[in-house]
Design a protein around this ligand. Structure first.
Ligand code: GTQ
Length: 357
């Protein structure tokens, strides 16, 4: 794109300043033909003093999302859609399938009897189960039955399929790192001949093997991904209760646990990291900000989060976004649980993550 520095009409008798501006413009026009541009005209836009996020704070009410995604059940089957998902698009990034600049978020619906065929892709996915129980996600031969609050992981290139053998519609939040993968232009995906994977392990194997303070002997550290595919709410929720009783309450985040890769103690994935936080009734969190834009889901309760001065009231299954480097604080009207996910592991690995209170 050609750069123009002309801000006003040229004077009748050009002075030395006009000559310089004219010469600059002629120079810009000349280098433009070589696909070159003067950094000094745009340096401030690219090397900002503080992060300037393109995305905006936003909240989606589950009440609306549930009605709308159920209507999708009338217009397309899961098989036709491959994945029947309503994309939660950040209002400032419409048309880009992004909730934040680095994360995709969507609400997936599987109706009773339906199957979403096995495939795999470079983008890693997490599911946070919202509504219904009894449907499954199968990952690399382990089929896990999902219940509300469960945190299910499909790591990079792991074959996965979903199916609903229950008698109720099943809905969950999908968060994928596909904008990150696409930023690097490194997306691959493939289908399989079979629709569903053969079970090679029992439901619960990965959580029992790797999430119990022991590891199968000989397990090697794998920093690329966690071996656990379902961090069940039934296991994680009582831990927050214990943290609360022990007084382990962060003044910004409440009683908050970090989901870990048990082979390393690090994040569950290199590109995305997640937390689950219990906010006691009446909690008034102090302001906090960090460079990782974050997608939150209310798993239980009722409260509000002030994001960049704007209050967003949430209740169960509402989803909201805090953009990078935007101050936020939580308030809980009732005892509440917030799930959150961000690109923090990727930023930490690159050495660019920052926080401030
Ligand atoms: O379940 O495999 O929301 O491939 C987007 C892409 C879900 C999935 C999404 C996907 C999936």
């Amino acid at each position: 794109m050609a750069v123009s520095t002309a801000t006003s009409a040229p004077a009748k008798n050009p002075g030395p300043k006009d000559n310089i501006i004219g010469a600059r413009q002629a120079y810009y026009d000349k280098i433009d033909k070589y696909d070159m541009a003067p950094l000094w005209e745009v340096l401030k836009d690219h090397v900002t003093k503080v992060p300037k996020s393109k995305c905006v704070p936003v909240l989606w009410k589950f009440e609306d999302a549930k009605k709308l995604v159920l209507e999708a059940g009338d217009v397309i089957t899961a098989e036709e859609a491959e994945r029947r998902v309503l994309v939660l698009e950040n209002p400032a990034l419409r048309g880009q399938a992004k909730a934040t600049n680095t994360l995709f978020a969507g609400i997936q619906l599987i109706m009773p009897g339906e199957v979403a065929d096995v495939h795999r892709h470079v983008a890693s996915a997490i599911r946070f189960v919202m509504d219904g129980r009894g449907a499954y996600t199968a990952v690399e031969g382990e089929k896990t039955i999902m219940s509300p609050g469960d945190f299910v992981i499909t790591a990079n290139w792991a074959p996965h399929d979903h199916g609903n053998t229950s008698d109720q519609p099943m809905m969950w939040l999908d968060v994928l790192d596909m904008p990150t993968v696409n930023h690097f232009e490194s997306s691959f995906m493939e289908h399989f001949d079979e629709k569903v994977q053969k079970a090679t392990r029992q439901d619960g194997d990965s959580l029992a093997f790797y999430g119990s303070g022991v590891l199968p002997d000989g397990t090697m550290a794998n920093p690329k991904r966690t071996p656990v595919i379902n961090y069940t709410y039934a296991r994680t929720r009582p831990i927050l209760e214990r943290m609360l009783k022990a007084g382990d309450i962060d003044k910004h985040h409440g009683a908050r646990a970090r989901y870990i890769n048990p082979t390393t103690g690090g994040w569950v994935l290199p590109t995305m990291g997640a937390h689950l936080a219990l906010l006691p009734k009446g909690f008034k969190g102090e302001e906090y900000r960090s460079t990782d834009g974050t997608v939150f889901v209310c798993a239980e309760g009722k409260g509000a989060t002030t994001v960049g001065g704007q209050a967003f009231e949430w209740t169960q299954n509402d989803v909201f976004v805090v953009p990078p480097w935007t101050s936020y604080s939580h308030m809980a009207e009732k005892e509440s649980v917030l799930f959150s996910i961000s690109d923090r592991p990727a930023q930490e690995a690159l050495g660019i993550w920052r926080e401030a209170a």
